[in-house]
Design a protein. Structure first.
Lengths: 271, 209
């Protein structure tokens, strides 16, 4: 059979009004809605057949970080599948304490973009397998990029952004993905600002561009509206794994619904 | 209750292996010094990272681990921990540490994937059981979670208990009586992994009796 394509539910975790960790879901990185308890959700996804689990800390505060590490540790007690934790990881010490709390992998976004040596340092100290580089890309239809793709008949490049897509960096996302791979990233987590929250499908040109220019496993993220979108990003873009949040949170589809759809179309999944 | 010692030789995440074994019903002690292995009903050697570094860090445990193997106490090596059970590794040669010597309790060499579509082999892949062993009870054709670029090639084909295919067929479980190694991470392989850990705990209980 060989390796299967992976289905990865993701939860965004913030502090609620009582300072407790809670799951939120948003549209276009905004309008967050409270949807549940992280530990309980992780347990449910584990039982539902998720292949891995991603936990994003969106608190961005020191107090939040403490609570998050505690939550990560409680999730790790319940979930016997790989657990990736991201959000606010800026230093090797952050990587260390997140892994120590029970994460199998850390996802580093802005911290790596601002300090690319963090990728080398993390890979050397903890192994490439636990360093996931996450990028938030947006489409740009101008002449300032390095790697171009055709999107809606136009020439387009993808720019890395920070602050949830509100700020551009001028860095070409495909070039950054290649650099991150060279520096020792073990996986690439590709988010699309344009597709996020739309439920109209993953950004296939973006995902394909990263898959074709790197040899590192790619996790497609942002925009999933249903099983057909997952199928598309696997077969048309070549992603190794697909991440989804809201379709699972709001109970529109289960992980098994997605896997059944893929299985019926001869995409290998773990059942 | 079965008392298991998990060898702590300075790798970072022992959390999941420990929790998985506890879930499987064992009383687990994380042991940071070689004399802590004596008296355990079974020993678990986890592992992640490079072979040369792993052997160097685990150096102080070498004698204690070969004693465990010789005493017929169950010994489970996970991922790099499995590779460390063998005699040597191409990885150390590639890294210019050709003299890094494995434990040698399962004679053989760890080799790099030669015809795999992607290296590392990362994700869920299925197990084909080749030979019965108590730790594989109830497991065949199930999926397990792998992350590795090298794999164990034992000299004695009879010690290959399960295989997996990623471009080439490789041993995903080796077993020589009390010495068992899994290339995948049972503590990250959902129900299948927990089943294997439970089997290992039961195996330890039987051996003690």
């Amino acid at each position: 059979m060989g390796l299967t394509k992976r289905i990865i539910p993701c939860i965004d975790v913030d502090l609620d009004e009582n300072g407790e960790a809670a799951v939120y879901t948003g549209v276009n990185f905004e309008n967050l809605e409270h949807t549940g308890d992280p530990v309980e959700m992780a347990r449910q996804y584990n039982e539902a057949g998720a292949d891995e689990f991603v936990f994003l800390d969106i608190t961005a505060s020191a107090e939040g970080r403490e609570t998050m590490l505690d939550t990560v540790s409680r999730v790790a007690d319940q979930v016997f599948i790989p657990l990736t934790v991201g959000g606010g990881i800026r230093t090797a010490a952050d990587v260390r304490e997140t892994l120590r709390a029970g994460a199998d992998k850390v996802s580093i976004n802005t911290g790596a973009l601002m300090n690319p040596d963090l990728v080398n340092e993390g890979a050397a100290s903890f192994g490439s397998q636990c360093i996931v580089i996450s990028l938030d890309a947006r489409r740009r239809f101008d002449e300032q990029g390095e790697h171009y793709a055709r999107v809606d008949g136009e020439s387009c490049w993808f720019e890395c952004t920070v602050k949830g897509g509100r700020e551009g960096t001028g860095v070409d996302a495909v070039a950054w993905a290649q650099e991150a791979e060279e520096r020792g990233a073990g996986e690439l987590f590709v988010n699309s600002i344009d597709a996020d929250g739309t439920k109209e499908g993953y950004d296939v040109p973006l995902t394909r561009a990263v898959c074709e220019s790197t040899g590192t496993p790619v996790i497609a993220s942002s925009g999933c509206g249903g099983p057909e979108d997952v199928h598309e990003v696997f077969t048309d873009a070549g992603a190794d794994a697909a991440l989804a949040a809201s379709i699972f949170h709001f109970g529109e589809y289960t992980v098994d619904d997605v896997k059944t759809y893929l299985d019926e179309r001869s995409v290998s999944v773990r059942r | 209750m079965v008392d298991l010692a998990v060898v702590d030789y300075g790798i970072n995440n022992l959390h999941s292996a420990t929790r998985g074994l506890e879930r499987a019903g064992a009383d687990v002690e994380v042991v940071g010094s070689p004399n802590g292995l004596a008296g355990a009903d079974g020993v678990v050697l986890p592992g992640v990272g490079a072979f040369g570094d792993g052997m160097e860090n685990a150096g102080p445990f070498r004698g204690a681990l070969t004693d465990v193997a010789a005493a017929e106490t169950p010994l489970l090596g996970i991922c790099l921990g499995m590779q460390m059970l063998l005699s040597k590794s191409e990885e150390a040669e590639h890294a210019g540490q050709g003299d890094a010597e494995g434990l040698g309790v399962v004679p053989g060499t760890n080799v790099r994937f030669r015809s795999a579509p992607t290296v590392p082999h990362m994700g869920w892949n299925d197990l084909t059981v080749e030979r019965d062993h108590p730790v594989l009870d109830g497991i065949d054709g199930e999926y397990a979670y792998f992350v590795h670029s090298y794999y164990a090639r034992p000299e004695d084909e009879d010690t290959v208990a399960a295989t997996t295919t990623h471009g080439e067929r490789f041993p995903s479980v080796v077993a020589d009586d009390n010495v068992v190694g899994t290339q995948f991470h049972p503590e990250k392989s959902g129900e299948t992994g927990l089943r294997l850990l439970e089997n290992f705990v039961d195996f330890c209980a039987e051996r003690r009796a």
